[in-house]
Design a protein around this ligand. Sequence first.
Ligand SMILES: Cc1ncc(C[n+]2csc(CCOP(=O)(O)OP(=O)(O)O)c2C)c(N)n1
Ligand SMILES: [Mg+2]
Length: 546
Amino acid sequence: MSTSTVRGADIVMRTLERAGHSTIFTLSGNHIMSLFDAAIDTRHRLVHTRHEAAAVHMADAWGRLTGEPGIAMVTGGPGHANAAAALMTAQGQESPLVLLSGHTETTQLGRGGFQELRQAEMAAPMAKASWTAASVATLGADVAKAIRIARSGRPGPVHLSLPSDLLDASIGAEQVVWPEPAAFAAAPVPLNDAAADAVLAIIAGAQRPFLLAGPALASRKGRDLLARIEAATQVPTAIMESPRGFNDATLGAFADAIRRADLVVLLGKAFDFTLRFGEAPSIDAACRWVVIDPEAALVDRAIREKGERVAFGCVADTFPAGEALIRRARAKSGEAWFAEVRNLLTDRPASWPTLASKTPGKLHPIEVFRALRPHVAADPDTVLICDGGEFAQWGQSVLPVVPRRMINGVGGSIGSSLPMACASLVVEPRAPVFVVLGDGTFGFHMAEFETAVRCSLPFVAVVGTDARWNAEYNLQVRDYGPNRTFGCDLLPTRYDLVVAALGGHGELVQSADELPGAIERALASGKPACINVMIESIPAPLVRAG
Ligand SMILES: Cc1ncc(C[n+]2csc(CCOP(=O)(O)OP(=O)(O)O)c2C)c(N)n1
Ligand SMILES: [Mg+2]
């Protein structure tokens, strides 16, 4: 008779190892110390952070850059509550990750247990699946299931709560249900040839087709897929990943392009507010739609909204569907329309090259990005991370869309960029990583500079300090009038000194001619760096009002 036993925490860690994971973004806490202990006997690297939301944002960046679920691990109750907030960004950007949260002991449930919280219910609206493990023997199966769901169909975050008594308990080795490799794997849903041919026939019948992709394609692999779809079909494509929708700073005069389309093909792009719900006059009332989506509910939603204007709708995963369209493409759409859309998307006002600050001691945001542009473009492996807010919209509009550009995304939450920069360097230690964010946003996770210093993650953050939550200030001006601005002021803070105090490199920039040197010194420092640029408080660029 065997006497060997296995502890729950070891089952979890070994299962992650079996799935090929070796990096976990985490922050310690009572409920998960057994998992930390179990990690010692594995090859897992624990990247521990200064806030649980940062751990989730790091797992999110891991998911976006590698295509494989990032793993975040936090303690129960307040740790989980902090972490859960960050799921919304990953959900909006269709980023695969697994959040493992410690949890009150099952024996204390309903009795006022330590940090007892209905964690699975809390995470559920922001996750593809969310549940609490119920037995020691099946902990590995739970972890495998979480990984499988995160990477299947439309990728996204999954939450699993792990009660601490299950993690601490040991059971006979023969009782453990170790998951087979297949338990981790997603089963892709293809677009069959007949469906691909039907879609291509509808495209061939259109004068001005436009293919829109969802955030899951905003990766190197996704951008490559779209470039190949364009090459095979000459249908213009765009990725819709901004909460600003038609006014996405990256997409130039997108509103003019889509208004002219007579066919919109949604390839894994949710029919939602970013499309202005497909209503006229933003989109022609006679425009037809093709909807290819991993989720039947989203195909149904588009049909509910657009009725018989939906010429074709079907369930298929985005990447295999794109490959099927490329494989079956026989004819090309019109060259003139393709060129017209390309020109509209890259359209920028003629005044921009000469825009400059009118305020001594402050730069215009465009001057910042003009200086940064050659550095971002210099290396094909550059990771560019743009947060939300007005300053960062200038960055999204002026900086090149490198294959590994990441933005805060459809969820519309600010604050993820500094943790994402840390994770980018964990993924690839030699990648040049640039971050662009406003001064208000900087405050969300500035403590992660300590993580970056501790773990040697030398990214360059460019902060636009206008001493204001400017995006919201501009909403007040627009909606309530210039004499009704209230509660959006900040101090012109020396964030560069904060970063220097945390062990990083800090630069203060107050004029355009100081910037090139500051960028060079930041890059040469080899440290996590903050270039704190004093800027004029300017609204986000609007190429043309949509
Ligand atoms: C989590 C979260 N809180 C609040 C907001 C609302 N919000 C959007 S942009 C913004 C202002 C950002 O200020 P800052 O980082 O200084 O950039 P700026 O607009 O000033 O350039 C705020 C408060 C949000 N989108 N997400
Ligand atoms: Mg600001």
